[in-house]
Design a protein around this ligand. Structure first.
Ligand SMILES: NC(=O)c1ccc[n+]([C@@H]2O[C@H](COP(=O)([O-])OP(=O)(O)OC[C@H]3O[C@@H](n4cnc5c(N)ncnc54)[C@H](OP(=O)(O)O)[C@@H]3O)[C@@H](O)[C@H]2O)c1
Length: 234
């Protein structure tokens, strides 16, 4: 590419179900992809799968470690103009509230919530005055309750609150941020979203005109129904 530096997109959680689909969808577009996750072998396998045309760079990064987040951003800066970020990092540890592990809850909050803040501020700094576009993958669980994964749901509700406050921060004034909340995502059949469906929505968001900011996008499969609470017995 001559003259202009290439747009760099950072994809955190690149090796997950959703992240892989987003990487495949964006590979071959006019972007350099910085693919981040913790496990090097899985990252390398993804890069190999995407092929050389994808211009994908693996970066090992634990998003709960601020120095690693800074190093991720430094690497991204060396590759072109940092302008886009998709946050598909996530952790869901199911378990009833009366029995769950406090350590697991803490880790979920770090991965699902705090990482958006630490990567977010580093991303805003990397974009600088040019601004940029971010998509955070939340969950429909942000707004409804059911037993079995209360802290996961709470982490997604808090992510929604964080997104609103993030937009209000002066340092983020030049960023567009979408919270994308899918219902259940799975490969195969059934009334669920496919990873490619989520990736298509991400690609659409990234390509919207710069003057348009979608703040919240909820995705569901038309056949999907929220489970009803059990009827009280007479
Ligand atoms: N799957 C669903 O049904 C569904 C539905 C609604 C919303 N979502 C949300 O969509 C997002 C992606 O979900 P998914 O199903 O693709 O999850 P996943 O398959 O479990 O993938 C999680 C990704 O996050 C990375 N990761 C986890 N902890 C990390 C850490 N501390 N530092 C850096 N990377 C870390 C994992 O790679 P490493 O382990 O190698 O680090 C992996 O790339 C999550 O936010 C999830 O809550 C998922």
């Amino acid at each position: 590419m001559s003259g202009r530096a290439r747009t760099v997109l950072i994809l955190t959680g690149a090796t997950g179900l959703v992240g892989r689909a987003v990487a495949r969808r964006l590979a071959g577009t006019e972007r350099t992809l910085v693919l981040a996750a913790r496990r090097p072998a899985t990252l390398e396998a993804l890069v190999a799968d995407l092929g050389p045309e994808a211009r994908a760079h693996p970066v090992v990064c634990d998003v709960t470690r601020p120095p690693q987040v800074e190093a991720l951003m430094d690497t991204a800066r060396t590759l072109g103009t940092v302008a886009q970020w998709v946050h598909a990092t996530g952790l869901e540890v199911a378990g009833d509230l009366d029995q769950g592990s406090v350590e697991a809850w803490r880790e979920m909050l770090e991965v699902n919530l705090l990482s958006a803040a630490t990567v977010g501020r580093a991303f805003a700094a990397a974009c600088g005055r040019r601004g940029g576009t971010a998509v955070w993958i939340g969950s429909r669980r942000s707004s409804w309750a059911s037993p079995g994964d209360a802290v996961y749901a709470a982490s997604k509700a808090a992510l929604s609150s964080l997104a609103a406050s993030f937009r209000a921060e002066p340092f983020a004034a030049r960023l567009r941020l979408t919270l994308l909340e899918p219902a259940v995502v799975a490969e195969g059949r059934g009334a669920v979203l496919r990873p490619d469906d989520v990736a298509a929505a991400v690609a659409w968001l990234l390509d919207l005109p710069r003057a348009v900011e979608v703040t919240l996008l909820r995705l569901r499969h038309p056949g999907d129904r929220r489970p009803r609470p059990p009827r009280p017995r007479a």
